[in-house]
Structure formats: structure tokens, C-alpha cells
Design a protein around this ligand. Structure first.
Ligand SMILES: C[S@@+](CC[C@H](N)C(=O)[O-])C[C@H]1O[C@@H](n2cnc3c(N)ncnc32)[C@H](O)[C@@H]1O
Length: 131
């Protein structure tokens, strides 16, 4: 194990597989873009006391009087995706335009030119809880 005294905003920690934080709300929010930009998808983040604002945690645990927030770094999947599956008469052309807010993904899929509903697993779970 190595201990490094450094400024989080300058240090390269892109090879981390787990990031543990006990910083402050302001630092967390300023650090958020860097976490999303440099960490590999799937990297786990545990933040004691302070959450990540609109980037909602996947789970929360309480230790004594304080909460700890657990998040997984999402892959960036936003943008336009086009692919085909099958062959001959069963060939299907898909187009999908995805918008992403942290781990939540939504968008419109087009299957052979016709709209096809698409939503992320996180969005589906939230819709299910709200109905
Ligand atoms: C809530 S305190 C936590 C102190 C300590 N980590 C602990 O576990 O008790 C937040 C700490 O983050 C440090 N900090 C603030 N901005 C930082 C930065 N850019 N890079 C590294 N540390 C920073 C502060 O100096 C402060 O010590």
C-alpha cells in the first residue's frame, strides 16, 4: 500500500478500482466531472458523509450517525447507435439515440424505421417504484 499526499484535482488516479472519499459536499461536486471522465466504467466509489448531488448513489449505508454513499462509475453510452441483427428477410436494423444523466440512460430506439421504447434498468426500476 502507498500513501500519497497530493491534490485530488491534479493527481492521476485513473487506474483506481475503488475510490473512497471523505471530503465535503463542495469538493465532491467539483470532483464529480473528473471521476466520471477518468475512472474506468465499473470503478466503485464510496463517499462517507457527503453524496454526489444529482449523481444518485446505487446504495446507502448508515455508520453510526452518518451515511456512506456507494456509486458505480457508469460507461458513457450517450449518442447515436446503429446496428443490424439477423440476415436476409429476418434482418432487423436498429437505431438508438441515447441521452445519459450519470447512470440513467433514456432514449428512443427505432426498429426497422418504427419507434421502439427503450429505457435503462435504473430508469425501469424507478418507474416501477413510482407506479
Ligand atoms: C472531511 S475532511 C476528512 C479528513 C480525513 N480524510 C479523515 O478521514 O478524517 C476533508 C479533507 O479533505 C481534504 N481536501 C480538500 N480538498 C482536497 C484536495 N483537492 N485534494 C486532497 N485533499 C483535499 C481537506 O484538507 C480535509 O482534510
Amino acid at each position: 500500500m502507498r500513501f500519497i499526499v497530493a491534490d485530488l484535482f491534479q493527481e492521476d488516479f485513473s487506474d483506481a478500482t475503488v475510490v473512497t472519499l471523505y471530503m465535503g459536499q463542495d469538493v465532491n461536486l467539483r470532483l464529480r466531472p473528473k471521476l466520471l471522465r477518468v475512472l474506468k466504467p465499473g470503478t466503485r466509489i464510496a463517499s462517507f458523509c457527503f453524496d454526489m448531488g444529482e449523481w444518485k448513489p446505487d446504495s446507502v449505508s448508515t455508520f453510526g450517525r452518518e451515511d456512506a454513499y456507494f456509486l458505480g462509475c457508469p460507461a458513457n453510452v450517450s449518442g447515436k447507435w446503429v446496428w443490424t441483427e439477423g440476415r436476409g428477410r429476418s434482418r432487423v436494423r436498429w437505431e438508438m439515440e441515447l441521452k445519459q444523466a450519470f447512470q440513467e440512460v433514456s432514449g428512443q430506439a427505432i426498429r426497422n424505421g418504427s419507434p421502439f421504447p427503450a429505457r435503462s434498468e435504473a430508469q425501469r426500476r424507478r418507474d416501477t417504484l413510482q407506479s
